[in-house]
Write a protein that binds this ligand. Structure first.
Ligand code: NAG
Ligand code: NAG
Ligand code: NAG
Length: 360
């Protein structure tokens, strides 16, 4: 187990070291759901939208951009730390826009690993749709710089993937949907892992090598799940399922790294980081982690609608709405995730601190 952690540690090192030493701006391609979306759903007939106040109230200019938080996403903050612009939404770009050479964000609120996930949001770009869109991007890059250079370009880029929360929150845990009734959790998690295996393999075929997969956080503790308990506490069973998913993704990734040539896939285990923030908010300067700043109605979706009431001080809350962290919480989480990556990169031997963030 420790050996596995070390292997993953070295992979992170390889990714970050190569990124840091190249001296050229890092190109990132981002895949995900509402935790990473920067505005693709603005272009879709989707019920999962956030391009209205009070979303973005703490973003530059107080603008609602389609980010599902009051300010920046974790990806925005990590991009800033890498010294690059947070990549724009895929659907905001013309297919052959020069901007695609600097990175693209394919994330879409409501998306999941499975095609069926988020069906009731009507339109969204599922993970398969996002991969297909990246394929289009790659074709456009080829047309711009030629096949060989395009291959190098996509090999060198870093791919951030955060996917799976909706497969639970908006699929398996919704009793009126098929998956909750059709599958036991053992069957469901196997379906997720086998689908994810095909998706990683497809990305690898398309030239992705340096991939960071963000594991799931403690979904049993987000406000939309807590309200299902009588005392507003975390749902233990949900957290156990999520941990099982994370553990199986870790194993999948270790196996893919062995079998896919030049693959450098890393599992970023955000679970303990997020749980610590929720359990010890005051250690990070927060006051409240068991309910959201925006006084959402969880019976009608849990998003922060324009007629909602906001809390007085948004930096005191870990959660913005029933699902998504505040800008202040994202800043803490991005910091911890980023430090973990660079700590590994700069220390010759794997240090004890980051090891706990790697799947063992
Ligand atoms: C999911 O949708 C994609 C196209 O969007 C399709 O290629 C794929 O076969 C579908 N997967 C399943 C399991 O139906
Ligand atoms: C949050 O925790 C506080 C302190 O333990 C408690 O008073 C409050 O009722 C909880 N709120 C919710 C929505 O569960
Ligand atoms: C908001 O809360 C933070 C953290 O507790 C505190 O530092 C800050 O002074 C508060 N701001 C206002 C306007 O009360």
């Amino acid at each position: 187990m420790v050996v596995l952690a070390q292997i993953l540690g070295f992979l992170i090192m390889a990714i970050v070291a190569s990124v840091a030493s190249a001296g050229e701006p890092v190109v990132t391609y981002v895949f995900g759901d509402s935790l990473t979306e920067v505005g693709n759903n603005n272009y879709l007939q989707s019920l999962a939208k956030s391009n209205y106040p009070f979303y973005g109230i703490d973003y530059e200019g107080g603008k609602a951009t389609g980010r599902f938080t009051n300010g920046r996403t974790i990806g925005d903050i990590i991009s800033a730390k890498l010294g690059v612009q947070s990549p724009p939404p895929y659907l905001s770009l013309a297919p052959n826009d020069d901007a695609i050479l600097k990175g693209v964000n394919y994330a879409s609120g409501g998306a999941g690993i499975l095609n069926d996930t988020g069906l009731y949001f009507i339109q969204r770009m599922t993970f398969d749709d996002q991969i297909k869109s990246f394929e289009n991007t790659k074709e456009a890059i080829k047309a711009k710089i030629g096949e060989e250079a395009a291959e190098k370009h996509v090999n060198k880029a870093v791919y951030f993937i955060g996917m799976g929360s909706n497969d639970y929150v908006n699929n398996f845990l919704q009793p009126f949907l098929a998956a909750g009734q059709q599958y036991t959790h053992d069957e469901f998690v196997e379906l997720l892992i086998s689908t994810l295996g095909e998706q990683f393999t497809r990305l690898h075929q398309l030239g992705a090598r340096k991939i960071v997969f963000h594991g799931l956080g403690p979904l049993g503790c987000i406000p939309s799940q807590r309200v299902k308990s009588t005392r507003g506490i975390c749902l233990k069973q949900v957290n156990l399922w999520v941990q099982e998913f994370n553990s199986k993704v870790g194993k999948l990734i270790a196996s893919l790294n062995k079998h896919l040539p030049y693959a450098q896939i890393t599992f970023a285990d955000t679970y303990p980081i997020v749980l610590d923030l929720i359990e010890n908010p005051s250690a990070y300067g927060f006051k409240i982690s068991n309910t959201s700043c925006c006084n959402v109605d969880t019976s009608v979706g849990g998003l922060c609608l324009p007629n909602s009431k906001l809390c007085k001080n948004r930096t005191e809350y870990v959660f913005w709405d029933a699902f998504h962290p505040t800008d202040a919480a994202n800043a803490v989480l991005a910091d911890r995730i980023f430090t973990t990556l660079f700590h590994e990169a700069s220390s010759p031997a794997p240090a004890p601190y980051p090891r706990k963030f790697l799947k063992t």
